[in-house]
Design a protein around this ligand. Structure first.
Ligand SMILES: [Zn+2]
Length: 295
């Protein structure tokens, strides 16, 4: 079976020093685009349902989407994690767990004590289902779990104020027992107003916290050398969405400018192909190509 929680997939990536692409899907087509990219690259993949996206668009009952996604994942030759992105609220997150997701994120609260208590409660419940949990310490600017918009973009200076404190992160991991930790090291959800500056030294310090895999959100738009350095320093899971959906949007725009020569069907197909090709490129950059484990 190809459906896994985060533990084995991220553990393997930590041992062999590569990163894994994690991206939200919003329908079967977008899931298919990511999954086929992973299969062509023989790479593990983390497919996410975004809680904020479900709430914002409200056009799809997530339970209708999860059933077929589970079947797609189980039938895939590569390891797949079905993960909840930016979940909030105990009952709400439990709905996703009971629906069959293998991993969940609980968005961080700005109050560290509340953040710890909320995360610990989810970890206790989730682990009984063999579901892994991603917590968050430090504020990652922008709107999590959604595509970015220019007016929500952050400047490099804004981002620096909310970097993850290593002492808080260590205490959080020890207290809650989370399997993965989203950290603020210079990235931001959505677009950047100015080129981001990644604090690589901070990543190295955070990577010394035992028994947890580090995650960056808002990974779109960085230099290739940044991704490689982040992997080298200990980032394992890359939440990347804006860049993928931009690739699709650009392709759709060029179809719409074709004076009606391109049908909606072809426009849709080309846009999804753009997501797939970008995902394949990222798998090469993160180093996960050829790393699918089948045990
Ligand atoms: Zn996020």
């Amino acid at each position: 079976m190809s459906l896994h929680n985060l533990k084995k997939i991220l553990g393997e990536a930590r041992r062999h020093k590569y990163g894994i692409l994690a991206s939200p899907v919003f329908n079967f087509d977008s899931a298919e685009a990511l999954l086929s990219a992973a299969e062509e690259k023989d790479s593990p993949i983390i497919i996410m349902i975004s809680d904020p996206m479900q709430k914002k668009y409200g056009y799809f009952n997530f339970q209708c989407l999860i059933g077929p996604l589970l079947e797609m994942a189980k039938g895939s030759p590569v390891p797949v994690v079905l993960h909840l992105d930016h979940g909030s609220g105990y009952e709400n997150i439990m709905r996703y767990i009971e629906a069959g997701l293998t991993s969940v994120m609980i968005s961080g609260d700005r109050d560290l004590d509340k953040n710890m208590e909320d995360a610990k409660k989810i970890v206790c419940a989730a682990h009984k289902y063999d579901v892994t949990v991603e917590g968050e310490v430090g504020l990652i600017e922008g709107e999590g779990g959604l595509e970015g918009t220019a007016d929500r973009a952050s400047s490099g200076e804004d981002i620096k104020k909310s970097y993850t404190d290593p002492h808080e992160a260590k205490a959080f991991v020890e207290y809650t027992g989370v399997d993965a930790l989203a950290v603020s090291v210079g990235t931001s959800h959505g677009y950047f107003k100015s080129a981001p500056s990644i604090d690589f030294g901070l990543i190295s310090i955070l990577s010394r916290i035992p028994d947890v895999s580090l995650v960056v959100h808002g990974a779109s738009g960085l230099e290739v050398s940044d991704y490689r350095e982040m992997v080298k320093r200990g980032i394992i899971k890359f939440n990347y969405y804006t860049g993928l959906i931009n690739a699709a949007s650009q392709e759709a725009r060029s179809c719409l400018c074709s004076n009606g020569e391109v049908s909606f069907t072809e426009c849709n197909w080309r846009s999804l192909k753009a997501i797939k090709e970008k995902a394949k490129w990222l798998m090469d950059i993160f180093g996960s190509s050829g790393k699918a484990i089948r045990k």
